[in-house]
Write a protein that binds this ligand. Structure first.
Ligand code: PLP
Length: 305
């Protein structure tokens, strides 16, 4: 990270965690207290709001819109308050694939600084960035920032359950303490596997290229339907189209698609109640089955009308 971002990070700045999942959980616990407000930008990875509530903090939900290209900056400005202790960002984003440019991230940092809030930047899809202009919070952040990362995405090591937090030494130690209390540590052999992955840049590069190619296929194939509205994917490994069918129910559709067409996707409503007319489709199949899955999705949408 020091090499990549021109920083001088020390081991004290890092806590190795049980995946990005515990990195987020431990960070929320480390920098907020009971009853504090945490800004969660929807559509969002469902565990943010769940973890915030589980820890007795209060999620303040911001509902970004497809029409605004999922832009959160003005909405954060409207919703932030003196009770806000943490703003959770996730770019490149799951589920929208949106990547925020440096200017927008700087604007959010300014808002956080004005209110004395922390920023947690979940950058587990950092390497899956298919447009210019993204900068890690590590390069932009000043004080009160936490960067979360994982080996689950770049190296596809989801089952190893290993990730990390980068912050100031005190915050990293607090995250490590929360984890020690719950699970002692990440098994040594898993940490060795993660070290080996760090030295395998070739696999990471191939993975990123492959996902980028699949995202382009998803965009091209789904754009062929008059009922499916898609934005060109900018990052992460997902596409989050809007389905322009009156009364569309993403859960009902997802079950039907699975049972009748054998295709698994995530209902948009998983990422926030307001997104019931969206679907999240992952770029995880090879070209041929991916094109066939898209054909079945198009067909199922037509039949749903
Ligand atoms: C945005 C985001 N953050 C964190 C995670 C957690 O990943 P893991 O716990 O496997 O590292 C995920 C997994 O899907 C995710 O999409």
């Amino acid at each position: 990270l020091s090499e990549r971002f021109g920083l001088d990070l020390k081991p004290d700045n890092i806590a190795v965690t049980a995946g990005g999942t515990f990195a987020v959980y431990g960070s929320i616990e480390a920098v907020t207290g009971l009853g504090d407000e945490v800004i969660v930008i929807e559509p969002a990875w469902p565990l943010y709001a769940h973890q915030v509530r589980w820890l007795g903090r209060r999620p303040k939900i911001i509902k970004t819109r497809f029409e605004d290209n999922w832009d959160p900056v003005n909405m954060i400005q409207e919703k932030v308050s003196r009770l806000t202790k943490l703003i959770i960002l996730n770019y490149p984003n799951n589920p929208t694939g949106r990547v925020l440019d440096e200017r927008s991230i700087r604007a959010i940092i300014e808002i956080a600084e004005d209110y004395g809030a922390w920023i947690l930047s979940d950058e587990v899809y950092m390497d899956f960035c298919y447009r210019d202009g993204f900068e890690s919070i590590l390069k932009l952040g000043t004080e009160r920032t936490i960067m979360v990362n994982s080996f689950s995405k770049t190296w596809g090591m989801t089952g190893f359950r290993v990730g990390y937090v980068v912050s100031d030494p005190e915050t990293a130690a607090r995250v490590a303490r929360a984890q020690n209390t719950a699970i002692t540590c990440i098994p040594e052999f898993v940490q060795r596997a993660a070290l080996a992955a760090l030295n395998d840049e070739e696999s990471a590069r191939r993975n990123v290229e492959l996902i980028g190619m699949r995202l382009r296929i998803l965009y091209e194939e789904l754009s062929r339907s008059r009922l499916i509205e898609v934005r060109p994917p900018e990052g992460a490994m997902y596409i989050f189209p809007r389905i322009n069918v009156e009364g569309f129910d993403s859960w009902r559709f997802a079950w039907k698609l699975l049972e009748e067409k054998g295709v698994a996707i995530a209902p948009g409503a998983c990422f926030g109640q307001s997104y019931n007319n969206h679907l999240r489709i992952s770029a995880v199949l090879d070209e041929k089955p991916l094109r066939e899955a898209c054909r079945r999705i198009r067909e199922a949408v037509e039949e749903y009308c």
